[in-house]
Design a protein around this ligand. Structure first.
Ligand code: SF4
Length: 223
């Protein structure tokens, strides 16, 4: 069963999904409970989702995110029409533009963005933020961020894309270090907060996130 973010249950215009994660979790639990004595596939989950307010809510906003493939301003205009004139019931459904990793372009097509440095008052560097997650992994376990081909991070990601994994990873897991004056990808797997962005976003799909040993991972406190 796919629930919450795993199933993409996010109301994009509201940028809210917690209530949908909770609702899909409740429906999943009910579906399991009602079929607990049957040693068979649970088919009610999908139909129960479709009968719930979760489906009605998400159906009405289904065209908003895909419309951004036309560019920001066209998407805003379309979204206003879809929301206020069709009220989410337009007689069409717009396709998404493709996969996330396909949207990464060659580094020569873009200008470098110089982000402001953290002020340590309301913004902090990545490693300080990672410390708030309480993430921890057993030492000496096999790296749970596996590369299908060890050459790709430098020969492809570095040469063509300027290593996007060093920027999209929220935990600073991926670093380019110099080894005998040659760039090398270093993977600081112990900092991983299990967002799985690298598994989705790597331009050649070379990174495979696997479950770490020993139940390690983020351990958020005070939530
Ligand atoms: S799963 Fe997320 S936090 Fe972990 S290495 Fe990948 S991008 Fe970084």
């Amino acid at each position: 069963m796919l629930t919450g973010c795993e199933a993409g249950f996010l109301n994009v215009p509201k940028i809210k999904g917690t209530h949908l994660a909770m609702k899909s979790g409740i429906i999943a639990a009910q579906s399991i409970f009602e079929n607990i004595d049957k040693n068979d596939e649970i088919l009610e989950y999908e139909s129960s989702i479709k009968k719930s307010w979760l489906w009605t809510e998400l159906y009405k906003v289904r065209n908003i995110r895909p419309s951004f493939k036309w560019g920001f301003w066209k998407a805003i205009l379309y979204s206003a029409i879809d929301t206020y004139i069709f009220r989410g019931n337009a007689p069409w459904t717009i396709d998404h533009h493709g996969t996330d990793h396909e949207s990464i372009g060659n580094k020569n097509e873009y200008k470098e963005i110089n982000y402001p440095k953290p002020d340590n008052v309301i913004s902090f560097d990545r490693l300080t933020n990672v410390s708030f997650s309480g993430t921890n992994h057993e030492e000496n376990q096999p790296c749970h961020l596996q590369l299908k081909d060890n050459e790709v991070p430098i020969n492809t990601n570095f040469e063509l894309y300027d290593n996007p994994e060093t920027r999209y990873c929220p935990a600073g897991v991926y670093e380019i270090v110099l080894n005998n004056n040659k760039p090398k990808l270093q993977i600081n797997a112990q900092n991983c907060v299990h967002c799985k962005t690298c598994d989705i976003k790597d331009p050649t799909q070379n990174i495979n996130w696997v479950t770490p040993q020993g139940g390690g991972g983020p351990n958020y406190q005070g939530m």
